[in-house]
Design a protein around this ligand. Sequence first.
Ligand code: APR
Length: 252
Amino acid sequence: MLHEARKALMQARRIVVFTGAGMSAESGVPTFRDALTGLWARFSAEALATPEAFARDPALVWGWYEWRRARVRAAQPNAGHRAIAAFAAHRAADDGGCVTVVTQNVDDLHERAGTPAAVHLHGSLFAPRCSACAAPGAFAEADPLEPEDGRHLEPPHCAHCGGTIRPGVVWFGEGLPEAAWAAASAALGDCDLVLCVGTSALVYPAAALPERAVRAGALLVQVNPGRTAFDALARFNLRGSAATVLPALLCG
Ligand code: APR
């Protein structure tokens, strides 16, 4: 099956790689819910990842995201991230068609592996902005928290309007960033093949994009050790981890 999926990839001109939390699992980045351990075990997702939570206790929420950002900074891209970046660069150099990476992850591991312009559907831990005027914000500390330092932390203030800087991630109950949604819709609306990696495909509206692409005729290849909501849609279900399957699929 790997061989056939590889052949389909080689024949496709416009490819979208659509990734979720499983993409970064082997880099040691915990999923949102898996991160609710230790210091954070007594909090619910609603207490940390909603606009209401930030309004109620900005230092708690900012501290949580700074702790997560520190954990991501301490992690490294895995062989799967690197295989995607190498495949895209190789394709571009050979004029073999375009590869767009669309991710639901808020980490920067695709970028650090060499994918310069991953589309972040759920925002980024590295793009804080003003909660009042939406201007890009800066982090308060040049040297951020150590991963074990999770704690309340006062968010910085906007250099333009003095508003409170908020994490640049999408919270529960919020819409997706318009530019990212437009870029992802365009790429998935006009591709021959979607390679879905490490997503349960349960979170909407993100999961609707590969579904739409398949309805429009694209072929779906999935890399995931477990079953997902995309199993029935996929032409090839490659059951394995991102760091083992992707190098064999894309660079083998
Ligand atoms: N390689 C590939 N896939 C893996 C690996 C791995 N090493 N380990 C786990 N997986 C798979 C799991 O089998 C599961 O299908 O990754 C998927 C992770 O699913 P979710 O935790 O639901 O992550 P995701 O699909 O990215 O969730 C979407 O939900 O929590 C919110 O906003 C958050 O962006 C996130 C969104």
